[in-house]
Design a protein around this ligand. Structure first.
Ligand code: SAM
Length: 296
């Protein structure tokens, strides 16, 4: 009997991935794909898209989430850095009028172009969504937060530990980024996604987070926001120090004295950043700016 030698064992499972077998995911681009349609559908559903809404999808990969977003009635502008995937997306969805893919690094994308580049000119909400490559999570969120005049919400799959750090940090873990998030948005942790659901499997679990962006006027006018963020960054750079100490590089001693007089004891410059609510911080900022421009 030589029959055994002649027919090598070929598991039929192999065949399933054969179309894709030449594709080697790049770790450096954070390529961990989601393939479970039911899960992808619930990710898209949680964005509560209405027909006519527009999505800027970051890192569409092979288009598994894209498909669910389109199915929900949204039009999609997809930004993908990997040329191999751009080609694949182009051939799967390129014919559709409600889809466009551009080959670009999201971090260098000019957001003021997002609306013009979008395939649909409809006036639904514009939402940024995606199963993000983990290495650009923080930068991506920071980049989009101040764009409440253009984007209604951010809807991202990120690492679970990052999701917790960004959305619900312990009081002692609050960083400048958390203040920025609270200032610009209402953040929500929606649900955890087990690492086994990704392919290839990453070392940590993921989670779906949602940031409903505020309109810029809700707290401060646009020009004030950059200066306010500077104050927040300075305050949290040395978050165990009194506000007054950390702000010495931004305001003169006379300005700080003047502001302290105006503030009284309730929200003193002697406080540490963690002891202050967002409303307190904004109030302190307003008084400091007035002191700087000597309006009292
Ligand atoms: N959305 C797909 C899914 O859920 O299966 C893929 C998600 S995968 C975690 C991240 C995707 O982002 C990859 O396709 C990767 O090539 C792409 N990517 C990585 N860095 C990027 C960047 N700077 N700008 C745009 N896309 C990027």
């Amino acid at each position: 009997g030589t029959a055994c030698k002649a027919t090598p064992f070929r598991p039929s499972v192999r065949k399933q991935g054969s179309k894709d077998s030449k594709f080697k995911p790049k770790k450096s681009l954070g390529q961990n794909f989601l393939t479970d349609d039911a899960l992808l559908q619930s990710i898209a559903a949680a964005a509560r898209l209405q027909p006519g809404d527009r999505v800027l999808e970051i890192g569409p990969g092979k288009g598994s989430l894209t498909q669910q977003l389109l199915q929900a009635g949204a039009s999609v502008l997809a930004v993908e850095k990997d040329a191999r995937l751009v080609k694949q997306l182009q051939s799967s969805y390129g014919q559709r009028a409600d889809f466009r893919v551009i080959e670009e690094d999201f971090l260098t994308l000019d957001l003021s172009q997002a609306s013009q580049l979008h395939p649909a000119k409809a006036h639904g909400r514009l939402i940024a969504a995606g199963n993000l490559p983990y290495y650009i999570t923080t930068e991506t969120i920071k980049k989009l937060l101040p764009w409440g005049h253009t984007f209604s919400a951010l809807h991202f799959v990120i690492q679970d530990d990052a999701a917790k750090r960004l959305v619900s940090p312990d009081a002692s873990e609050v960083r400048a980024i958390n203040v920025e998030i609270d200032f610009y948005s209402e953040p929500k942790y929606l649900f955890k996604i087990d690492k086994a659901r990704f392919s290839p499997e990453p070392t940590v679990d993921g989670a779906l987070v949602h940031f409903e962006l505020r309109q810029p006027s809700e707290y401060l006018l646009t020009e004030g926001r950059t200066s306010f963020m500077k104050l927040v960054q300075h305050a949290y750079l040395q978050r165990r120090k009194m506000l007054r100490k950390s702000l010495e590089s931004l305001y003169s001693r006379a300005q700080l004295d003047k502001a302290q007089e105006r503030l009284g004891s309730k929200c003193s410059l002697a406080a540490r950043p963690q002891e202050l609510s967002m409303a307190h911080l904004v109030h302190i900022f307003t008084v400091l700016q007035e002191a700087k421009h000597s309006t009292f």
